[in-house]
Design a protein. Structure first.
Ligand SMILES: Cc1ncc(C[n+]2csc(CCOP(=O)(O)OP(=O)(O)O)c2C)c(N)n1
Ligand code: SF4
Length: 489
């Protein structure tokens, strides 16, 4: 009778087949002897034993472990380089019941992602980060990492790392343990079986703390990269023991159940932030008055000081008051005055997919430059409101209909050119009939403190409406029509 039986099994947390390549469905893409495979196994076993596979979400990095989502049969998100802690934060705060695992290499976490890890740890995000430190950039062929040892050569430090030129190795566990919020930080190593068992324990502990809702937990794992280190798997493990442990001492750097200062205010979830925790009936719905009106996209362009951005804000505010989905996307140059400024406003009955507008329904061109620059964006069914009484000489005919509204002049006549944008608002309201005049008054009242200016703004809106009205419905006697206000095209 056999004294022992060989059992080959795989954690149920891994997919049965790895679909990455048709001919490689039973093996990972990792090199023989690579630590990533071992860490994956430790995480998968812990998740299975804890019975949390259904609510576990893995956020993979950019690096050799970028394909982790081919292996873990759980929720998967692949973050941009270094952004795992930020993505994991969003995932956790959107799904507070989930177990969120961030997984990062040392290039990903300690170089391009330094800010993300520090701030996620400092906020005490209730996530777990596994930091696989192999002292090098593996995926890209062996460039120096922040954790590369002094004297260790890499493709970008072939002479060996010199502190005077490349600085010292970054000690991430020590660095994070200076912060108040983290509850658990430990450094472990995959140098031999005894240490792998310690790593196994640490992985479990970190995940268990998260399950208990404790706070930010972090495990740094010193891990072999035989390929880039140009060693056999055995030599690589030995190198960890002989070289890395001296620089990166193993041990527990933080171990507590809760952050030191008990805070009565719970972390804000994404659901709360977006107000989605209210019953559906309480969410703003389009009113009957606005329902028949179509969606509207507007681009407003001019120079700083013309109230371009404010006009966009007021439009968006009006849309919100009418129960529309809205977006307002400003863009302006570095100059406070006279630089170019424009904004995009969407007023929609559905969720706004993108705040960027390629072909606005209406372009409000507050100056000649904007007219020249943006006219081509407006299609044949669109319209342009141009701040002048006539088109510039030699202006090529446009596909869209252009209405000349001498808004600055009208506003000046009312006492201040500050109201130019409100003349344009009036013209827009008359042109589109998308939003009621009264809503403009209400939105303005909330924004403009100065009573005198508020009054002028009201007159300006009316004047803009009247100006457009004349152009839209010319009198029966065309000869009696005031040529000054005729449509430009
Ligand atoms: C924005 C951006 N910058 C740089 C890269 C190139 N790049 C890909 S992976 C990587 C570093 C990988 O090293 P590490 O995080 O240590 O992971 P390992 O491959 O060693 O597991 C770099 C610099 C990239 N993909 N994207
Ligand atoms: S290059 Fe290094 S880190 Fe990447 S898979 Fe190979 S051994 Fe692992």
């Amino acid at each position: 009778m056999d004294e022992y039986q060989v059992i080959e099994s795989k954690s149920p947390v891994f997919y049965d087949k790895y679909e990455r390549k048709s001919e490689l469905q039973h093996q990972t893409h990792y090199c023989p002897g690579c630590g990533h495979g071992v860490v994956h196994k430790l995480i998968a076993e812990a998740i299975a034993d804890m019975g949390v596979q259904d609510r576990a979400i893995f956020v993979s990095p950019v690096g050799c472990s970028v394909f982790a989502y081919y292996y873990f049969d759980m929720g998967n998100v692949q973050a941009a380089h270094g952004r795992t802690p930020a993505v994991a934060t969003a995932v956790k705060r959107s799904n507070p019941e989930s177990i969120v695992i961030g997984y990062q290499g040392d290039g990903d976490l300690a170089a391009i992602g330094t800010a993300e890890i520090i701030h996620a740890a400092n906020r005490g995000e209730k996530i777990t980060i596994f930091f696989v430190n192999n002292a090098i950039y593996g995926m890209t062929g062996g460039q120096m990492a922040p954790t590369t040892l002094v004297g260790q050569s890499s493709t970008t430090s072939p002479w060996g790392r010199r502190p005077s030129n490349e600085g010292y190795p970054l000690h991430v566990s020590e660095l994070l343990s200076t912060l108040e919020a983290p509850v658990y930080i430990e450094r472990v190593a995959l140098s031999d079986n005894k240490n792998i068992m310690k790593a196994r324990k640490a992985v479990r502990k970190a995940l268990e703390l998260q399950r208990e809702g404790a706070g930010f937990s972090f495990v740094e794992i010193l891990s072999p990269c035989p390929t880039i280190w140009k060693m056999t798997p055995q030599e690589a493990r030995k190198w960890i023991e002989e070289k890395m442990l001296a620089v990166f001492p193993l041990g527990v750097y933080r171990d507590r159940k809760l952050p030191p200062v008990a805070d009565a205010v719970a972390q804000t979830t994404v659901t709360e932030l977006l107000g989605l925790d209210r019953p559906m009936e309480e969410l703003p719905r389009p009113t009957a008055a606005t329902e028949p009106h179509p969606n509207l996209t507007v681009k407003i362009a001019g120079f700083g000081g013309q109230g371009v951005l404010l006009l966009g804000q007021i439009l968006a505010e009006m849309g919100m008051r009418e129960g529309r989905e809205v977006s307002w996307l400003p863009s302006y140059g570095p100059e406070m005055r006279s630089g170019s400024a424009h904004c995009h406003v969407c007023l929609s009955h559905e969720r706004v997919g993108s705040p960027v507008i390629e072909h606005p329904d209406v372009l409000i061109a507050m100056n000649e430059l904007s007219l020249h620059k943006f006219t081509k964006m407006v299609g044949p069914r669109g319209a342009i409101l141009y701040n002048s009484d006539k088109l510039p000489a030699g202006f090529a005919p446009a596909e869209a209909k252009i209405y000349c509204v001498p808004a600055s002049e009208i506003a000046d006549g009312l006492g201040t050119t500050k109201a130019t944008n409100m003349v344009m608002l009036g013209a827009l309201l008359e042109l589109t009939h998308t939003l009621p005049r009264e809503t403009a008054a209400a939105a303005l009242k909330a924004k403009v403190r100065n009573a005198k200016l508020l009054e002028v703004d009201g007159h300006a809106i009316d004047a803009g409406m009247a100006c457009l009205h004349k152009q839209l419905a010319p009198p029966a006697d065309a000869h009696a029509h005031d040529s000054e206000l005729a449509p430009c095209s």
